[in-house]
Design a protein around this ligand. Structure first.
Ligand SMILES: Nc1nc2c(ncn2[C@@H]2O[C@H](COP(=O)(O)OP(=O)(O)OP(=O)(O)O)[C@@H](O)[C@H]2O)c(=O)[nH]1
Ligand SMILES: [Mg+2]
Length: 305
């Protein structure tokens, strides 16, 4: 993944950009693309992101601090839904611009409440129409852009592909222009506010999201119990919490096959992130109703790990 950081000298502007959108439109993929590293996990499943993650980059002489958020849920039902919506509120209290992400292929009903919120927001507003790599005839985009421009008059609309890196420089240029004057909030080489430990928990959870069947990943949590730099390897011990015995059996798989596959894929991702060999040990624990337990949920709110 190429680094978008354009190397322009810092020109005394810095600000926060909250990224909002319904689940699965590519918010986390966009943040990873912008910072040039994988700091937020992604998957084909909706509701992959559970807590706010900051992604930091420099563009056009400004420092841009993005908040990736969980997908917006118009009808929160469970304690986890509510936690995820709170994480969005947190991102929205501290922003200098707001960037909605939608799928350029189809506007959906669940985009409407996000667009309404965007329209009512007081700060500079942007709408990234993502996944344009999936539209063969780009002329088909025009009617959508025109319709949205009429409906959202103060919103700057930018077609992008977060996956392929198209339209990203244009988007960053537009965002940098509206950032307020001020000192950089973070050192220039910092790309996220997540600790390596919290990122490790997320990379393991990413494999649960990607490799397991329908319901299970939503009932699972990853807690990192040990994270130690040893002379030749980083030693990581993690627990995967599930709610039911049946779920435990699924994560472990026949003769431990599923857990082994999850562990291997997570270890490869961890080694890539840390740039050194990793020894990863994972255990599956049944923890009755952890999604209803305030202590367990508060750990997620604080950022995994
Ligand atoms: N073709 C294509 N796929 C994309 C693009 N951006 C994201 N995706 C895919 O869309 C899916 C969802 O991406 P995420 O980045 O996890 O979406 P999200 O908005 O963060 O989703 P939640 O965290 O669940 O709200 C993944 O399979 C991505 O690979 C894009 O520009 N083009
Ligand atoms: Mg996400």
């Amino acid at each position: 993944m190429s680094d978008i950081n354009d190397g322009a000298p810092f020109a005394g502007r810095c600000g926060r950009v909250a990224i909002i959108g319904r689940p699965n439109v590519g918010k986390s993929t966009l943040v990873n693309r912008i910072v040039g590293q994988k700091i937020a996990i992604t998957s084909r499943r909706p509701q992959t992101t559970r807590h706010r993650v900051l992604g930091i980059t420099q563009a056009e002489g400004a420092q841009l601090v993005f908040s990736d958020t969980p997908g917006w849920q118009p009808r929160p039902r469970t304690a986890m839904d509510k936690l995820m919506n709170r994480q969005i509120d947190l991102a929205l209290t501290e922003m200098n611009a707001v960037l909605m992400v939608a799928d350029a292929r189809a506007w959906r009903e669940d985009d409407d409440p996000v667009a309404e919120w965007l329209q009512s927001s007081k700060c500079p507003k942007f709408l990234a129409l993502n996944k344009i790599d999936r539209i063969e005839d780009k002329r088909l985009l025009l009617p959508l852009i025109q319709g949205l421009a009429e409906r959202l008059p103060d919103v700057e609309i930018v077609p992008i592909s977060a996956l392929k890196g198209r339209g990203i420089s244009e988007l960053l240029r537009s965002l940098a222009r509206v950032m307020p004057e001020g000192e950089a909030e973070f050192p220039e080489d910092q790309v996220t506010d997540q600790s390596e430990r919290a990122l490790a928990a997320e990379l393991i959870r990413e494999q649960l999201m990607r490799q397991l069947g329908e319901e299970l990943p939503y009932a699972a949590h990853v807690a990192v119990m040990a994270f130690e730099d040893r002379p030749t390897v980083t030693y990581i011990e993690a627990e995967i919490w599930v709610e039911k015995a049946g779920q435990k059996a699924i994560v472990i798989g026949r003769q431990g096959a599923r857990l082994k596959e999850l562990g291997t894929a997570a270890r490869v991702a961890l080694e890539q992130m840390l740039g050194r060999p990793v020894f990863l040990q994972t255990h599956v624990k049944q923890k009755e109703a952890w999604t209803q337990d305030p202590f367990s949920l508060s750990r997620i709110e604080l950022g995994g790990g």
